[in-house]
Write a protein that binds this ligand. Structure first.
Ligand code: ADP
Length: 196
């Protein structure tokens, strides 16, 4: 089962991804996490993307597509995976389609978490507070200024994926304004159907 998670920053993708990983036993492939890991490890890619991530802009399509293409070859991806944060642009979606077609595979569903933009900034402020309370380091791009940039990038470059996947008949929208449990239940209903 190959599932894509779509939604603006702060929509709750990370929270719901953890639930899906547990319930369906497929790994979460977060390009954001992978890029942050590359940065922390100081790899050539990590050094290249460091400032781009901190500015809230997108890393080049080629870099992320290459990272994903390599990652999905791992054994744990054999029965499927959840893509979180990729694709984020139309060219990335086209690259993914090409990669999967080569392998005789296809995306099964695109789950879009729909939330009112008005709540996103509040969710960010909460996340920052919680992170500090836990004594953990706040992400470089988790501040109000960069977050506003990330939202703008989402609107301009990622939101066009909604009609793209609608056109493929794969889009499944979920109301992300409900409680965490209700959102999980709505996602389960969609994925249960796919798994059959
Ligand atoms: P969010 O919390 O906004 O979903 P992520 O953790 O997924 O953020 O990503 C953080 C940053 O990593 C992005 O703002 C971007 O700079 C970079 N990034 C992650 N995924 C991609 C991608 N598919 N294409 C380009 N850049 C990406």
């Amino acid at each position: 089962m190959i599932v894509i998670f779509l939604g603006p920053p702060g929509a709750g993708k990370g929270t719901q991804a953890a639930h899906i990983v547990e319930r369906y036993g497929i790994p979460q492939l977060s390009t954001g996490d992978m890029l942050r890991a590359a940065k922390a490890a100081g790899t050539p890619v990590g050094l290249k993307v460091k400032e781009i991530i901190a500015s809230g802009k997108l890393v080049s399509d080629d870099i992320v597509a290459a990272i994903v293409e390599e990652r999905i070859e791992a054994d744990d991806c054999a029965s499927g995976y959840l893509l979180d944060g990729f694709p984020r642009t139309i060219p990335q979606a086209e690259m993914l389609d090409a990669i999967l077609t080569k392998k005789g595979q296809a995306v099964d569903a695109v789950v879009e978490l729909r939330v009112d933009e008005a709540v996103l900034m509040d969710r960010l402020r909460n996340r920052i507070k919680e992170t500090i309370a836990k004594g953990e380091k706040v992400r470089d791009d988790d501040n109000e200024e960069t977050f506003a940039k990330r939202l703008q990038v989402y609107r301009e470059q990622t939101a066009p994926l909604i009609p793209y996947y609608e056109g493929q008949g794969k889009l499944r929208a979920v109301d992300g304004m409900q409680t965490v449990e209700a959102v999980s239940a709505a996602i389960d209903a969609i994925l249960d159907q796919i798994q059959g």
